[in-house]
Design a protein around this ligand. Structure first.
Ligand code: GLN
Length: 319
């Protein structure tokens, strides 16, 4: 009975917030993303029992974009250990746009402020093990498969579209190379970073990753610790403070959940187990959203509105 109620509610909210798409637009700096239908909105919620609640365009594939930053960061930490990675990328929010260049000369010159913005994520991608982009990507794909059980596919059209228009990311990477923070050649780091951004997922896969994060790396259906607890907690702290870029403060204030967005309109978020008897997700859940019309900060307009509404209605917050 509960599931039916939730799905009915979800469907109603999705239809209600779909119209919010008109307040934003699809990312135009990546031409392939600009061709997406902006009025799509879908959501998938997965509980530790494996029970799944879905509504709207939840099955539509989209490229992960910046959501991949969480995965590559976790993968790099699993391989090198946390201290090695944090020597090369900091954990401070910037309050600047995700692709901003301005702060790279501050702090320790060249040290990116955090791995959830482009400068930090390009650095993280360069840290993945392997001498060539292929090796690094193979490690990342294997990591992705290990946690999701799915084989990643790359959307070549989106990759090429961004590769040809990646002047800003190239500028960031050159600066990082100059200051010694980039662990490989500029073009190789960009190839890894832009390919990981072009991995296609559905809301179901990011909801599953969200669920694993909610449970500190424990995979409830496989009854297995698939990710180290300390790395997952660090990733969640970064999602809360930096995951929605220069709107992370507002998102924490209005929704109150660790989340990571991408310019294709995806949002990966999670509810940790809270044991509140009246909460529909007291054992925690992972949430995946897709709504390609984004705001000026690069976050899904309809997705953020839907999450704000859900968090209030269902009383889910980490605070
Ligand atoms: N691939 C995108 C970029 O580097 C990812 C940015 C994002 O999703 N915010 O610009």
């Amino acid at each position: 009975i509960q599931q039916v109620l939730l799905v009915d509610e979800l469907q109603q909210w999705v239809e209600q917030y779909r119209s919010k798409a008109s307040e934003g637009k699809c990312a135009s700096y990546i031409p392939a993303l600009d061709r997406t239908d902006p009025n799509q909105l879908g959501i998938c919620i997965i509980e530790p029992t494996g029970k799944m609640h879905t509504a709207g365009d939840w099955e539509v594939p989209f490229t992960m974009q910046s959501i991949s930053k969480v995965i590559s960061f976790i993968a790099a930490c699993c391989y090198h250990g946390i201290p090695y990675v944090l020597d090369r990328v900091d954990v401070e929010p910037t309050g600047d746009a995700f692709n901003s260049i301005i702060r790279l000369e501050m702090n320790k010159p060249g040290k990116p402020f955090n791995p959830m913005i482009n400068a930090g994520a390009i650095t993280t991608s360069s840290l993945l093990p392997g001498q060539t982009p292929d090796h690094k990507l193979r490690y990342l794909y294997a990591f992705f498969s290990k946690i999701t059980g799915a084989t990643p596919t790359v959307n070549e059209e989106v990759f090429l579209s961004e590769w040809e228009n990646s002047h800003r990311n190239r500028a960031l990477a050159h600066y990082l190379k100059d200051t010694g923070y980039l662990a490989c050649e500029v073009e190789d780091a960009l190839e890894v970073y832009l390919t990981q951004c072009s991995i296609e997922v559905t809301t179901e896969q990011i909801a599953l990753i969200g669920l694993l994060l909610a449970l500190d790396g424990y995979h409830p259906m496989r009854n297995e610790q698939v990710l180290p607890k300390d790395v997952v907690r660090l990733a969640k702290a970064l999602m809360l403070t930096c995951g929605m870029y220069d709107a992370s403060g507002k998102f924490a204030a209005n929704v109150g959940l660790p989340a990571k967005s991408g310019v294709s309109g995806g949002i990966m978020t999670l509810v940790p187990p809270n044991r509140k008897p009246h909460s529909p997700f007291q054992d925690g859940c992972g949430i995946g959203i897709f709504g390609p019309s984004i705001d000026g900060c690069g976050n899904s307009v309809a997705g953020v509105s839907l999450l704000k509404h859900m968090a209030q209605e269902w009383d889910v917050t980490i605070f």
